[in-house]
Design a protein around this ligand. Sequence first.
Ligand SMILES: [Zn+2]
Length: 82
Amino acid sequence: MGRRKSKRKGAPRKKNIQPLPILFDCPFCNHKQSCEAKLDKVRKIGRVTCTVCQEFFQTQINFLTEAIDVFNDWIDACEEEN
Ligand SMILES: [Zn+2]
């Protein structure tokens, strides 16, 4: 009798504590968690770079800007282009 190992677990619930860097899905190559967001608060520059396709986006930030905001700006910019 063959035992079938088809465990189907839902995504394990992790606590929402994310260490740096913050990762997002890439809108260009669609890789999951391949985009790294970095905020340079000194120079007021936010930058998201995809480690897979090397696509990147840079925008001005302020002291309230979070990594997700930079990423959202990137998505907006992509949509405007298309
Ligand atoms: Zn990419």
